[in-house]
Design a protein around this ligand. Structure first.
Ligand code: SF4
Ligand code: SF3
Length: 549
């Protein structure tokens, strides 16, 4: 087994015996086989696009299948067998259509002609494919590093494109680039500079995917507004919804309306409370329960109702709560209840409602506690004048963006300590699940401006970028000259895509932790540090002092 796509990777070098996330070597082999098949599908889909053959179904499928291979999404070998079958079926169907419209169909590569033997073990075939899933260049460590960076970034980008299309937001260019990048992984003729360029193009295309998703969310639910979210449960039957998928949260809210059930968000769904149309339509969207994904075994065991996981991060479930856990979309775990679909394609939440009604629910109201979310681009830029006036008057010295993906390692306390040490005349913007390390800290205000502002989910990095660009514009400078520092935590492949977006935008001096990606070779890191001054976090005191110089 070889996997090093997330920060949790064993000894910082790659999981070889068993995934630190719980992924078995067998599952890893089947996931590699799927990626291999998707790489064979990509050039066929590209060719079909060139000939004007519609590929939308294949586009969405490719994004979903890549999403399923991300960390903490899907642990079910049966689902991967289905995805592999679908990939081959899509490829063959497109080939047949290509054959019909051209007299000179291309001679397909071995990769695009590969036929898995479904009567034999897919694990063995996945092991055979092994590192070939990424091409043949594993002897050239720097090219290999950039190929992995590209693939992992494409997975993150595909997951955002998948969410965006659920909300009716699509751009063919994203799907196109996804195929191009998957196809390029087979190339042996690209220079290191070419690979850096391709990785940055992942960042550029991911910016578009996040923009579409932002448009999908704000178009459907309005621009987020600062909103107080109760952290204290109230008496009654309850459902907990985790992951990132606000569209599916809405589908659940629709199906549970007027049933005497209260809906709580978990993890990356906290920012859903900031969307005015969601709150105004569904009064039973009440509060937030628990913190980040790595605490789910504790949070889920205690929650007295059914739990729905819409996306990452799912951990291997404990037997004391697996019965009340339901999955949907690309998420799956062997033995867990996967929700069926209604005729219109939305999940049928009837089993969730049934389970919740059979459970005790909260037996009493708890003492009130709350946090505020909803400081997305509109909310922050609407007070840009105040921010700029405070900067100019010397009342606001510096803005820190502290956020990103969270994980389980103890050295992630860095981020909590960092925020605690930020001086009183500075503001902290945050996003993604990394915020749960400090999201309920009372940092007070500078004038009317809260010192801790939650911009939203990881994909709301788009919103953070717009805030930075808006402030730079108002101050007639560029983003790198703003009194702004980015202190990012990474964990999975969405974070890889976002990092590539920030680099594509030319944003310098990013501090990244808690450890650097294992798939970034020393030379590639040297190159990125030289070009962007990308640097690893050190200690909160040292980094703070450097940022405030
Ligand atoms: Fe290891 Fe992360 Fe891969 Fe899981 S996803 S096997 S923890 S590197
Ligand atoms: Fe967290 Fe899994 Fe990435 Fe969207 S929920 S940020 S790690």
């Amino acid at each position: 087994m070889f996997c090093e796509q997330c920060e949790q990777t064993a000894s910082g070098e790659g999981c070889h015996q068993w995934g630190a996330c719980g992924k078995s070597p067998q599952l890893n082999a089947v996931q590699d086989l799927l990626v291999y098949c998707l790489r064979g599908l990509a050039p066929v889909a590209l060719h079909a696009c060139e000939l004007g053959i519609p590929t939308r179904e294949v586009d969405v499928f490719t994004c979903e299948a890549l999403f399923a291979t991300m960390t903490n999404v899907n642990f079910d070998p049966k689902r991967f067998t289905q995805y592999i079958k679908q990939a081959i079926a899509h490829r063959q169907a497109l080939k047949a259509q290509i054959q019909q419209v051209t007299d000179t169909p291309p001679i397909w590569s071995a990769l695009s002609s590969f036929e898995p033997d479904f009567s034999e073990s897919l694990v063995e075939q996945g092991l055979d494919v092994g590192l070939k899933f990424i091409g043949q260049s594993e002897t050239d460590i720097d090219t290999f590093s950039l190929k992995l960076t590209t693939l992992y970034g494409v997975k993150g980008m595909a997951s955002y494109a998948f969410h965006a299309q659920e909300l009716g937001q699509e751009d063919e260019q994203i799907y196109h680039f996804c195929y191009e990048a998957l196809t390029a992984l087979d190339r042996q003729d690209l220079s290191l500079e070419d690979w850096v360029g391709l990785a940055l193009k992942v960042g550029e295309t991911n910016l578009r995917a996040m923009e579409l998703l932002d448009g999908g969310h704000t178009g459907a639910y309005g621009h987020p507004v600062p909103t107080a979210v109760p952290l204290n449960p109230k008496q009654g039957k309850a459902i907990l919804v985790s992951g990132h998928d606000i569209k599916q949260l809405e589908a659940l809210l629709k199906q549970t309306a007027n049933q005497g059930i209260t809906v709580y968000t978990h993890g990356e769904l906290l920012p859903a409370h900031g969307y005015p149309r969601l709150k105004q339509t569904y009064f039973h969207l009440y509060g937030h329960y628990g913190t980040a994904w790595q605490n789910q075994t504790r949070d889920f065991a205690k929650f007295p109702g059914a739990i729905v996981i819409t996306t990452n991060c799912l951990m291997p479930p404990h037997e004391n709560y697996e019965e009340k856990l339901f999955t949907l979309g690309p998420v799956a775990y062997p033995g867990l209840n996967a929700l069926p679909k209604l005729a219109d394609g939305t999940p049928d939440f009837a089993p969730v409602i049934q389970k919740t009604l059979a459970l005790s629910g909260f037996t009493k109201d708890e003492a009130p506690r709350q946090v505020i979310t909803g400081f997305a681009r509109n909310a922050v830029l609407s007070v840009a004048d105040q921010v700029i006036a405070a900067v100019k008057a010397g009342k606001l010295r510096h803005i820190f963006l502290v956020g990103g993906c969270d994980g389980a390692k103890p050295d992630r306390n860095y981020y909590t300590k960092f925020v605690e040490k930020v001086p009183d005349d500075c503001v902290v913007l945050t996003l993604a699940c990394g915020k749960f390390r400090f999201f309920d800290h009372e940092l007070g205000k500078i004038g009317d401006l809260p010192r801790l502002m939650d911009i939203g989910q990881c994909n709301d990095a788009y919103s953070a970028i717009q805030i930075a660009l808006g402030l730079a514009n108002a101050l007639d400078t560029d983003v790198n000259a703003l009194p702004l520092s980015l202190i990012l935590s990474w964990y999975e492949q969405k974070a890889v895509a976002i990092l590539l977006t920030l680099l594509h935008l030319g944003i310098r001096d990013i501090r990244l932790g808690p450890t650097l990606p294992a798939f970034i070779s020393p030379n590639v890191f040297k190159l990125l540090s030289k070009q962007y001054n990308l640097q690893p976090i050190t200690t909160p005191d040292q980094d703070l002092a450097a940022c405030l110089q």
